[in-house]
Design a protein around this ligand. Sequence first.
Ligand SMILES: [Zn+2]
Ligand SMILES: [Zn+2]
Length: 143
Amino acid sequence: MKTSIKQKIEYLLDCADLRRTRPRAAILAVLLGTGKPITAEQIATKLGRGGPDKVTIYRTLENFVKAGLVHKAFLQERTWHFEPAQNCSKTQCHPHFTCIDCGNIHCLTDITLPMAKSMRKGFLIRRQRVQLEGLCPACNPNT
Ligand SMILES: [Zn+2]
Ligand SMILES: [Zn+2]
């Protein structure tokens, strides 16, 4: 039996011990449906006028991050991009690739990088977040 997006959202909220509310469900639906990291602004645009206001969206995203449901994938132009944490391990998110030509962002879930280690005394690395840049298949002249 195929689980619907609604069931998946309810399951995720229950697991994170977050009460099922309409704004939470709506924001999570956008995050799950997009397939790449997006900003709070972009979520607001997708939800439109009928959706929760921006303050609610920001607060909800922070709650999701705290609950481990959503990750801050990376910072671009001083704006955090968010995505569901389901494709990430405890210690690292998959690398994110930004095309330097068209600007599109891709989740490179096929890459797992060894954890960075610092030789300097006292530095304990707990998480790593890797951002890659280059040409996507559409912009790469060799594809
Ligand atoms: Zn491109
Ligand atoms: Zn990603």
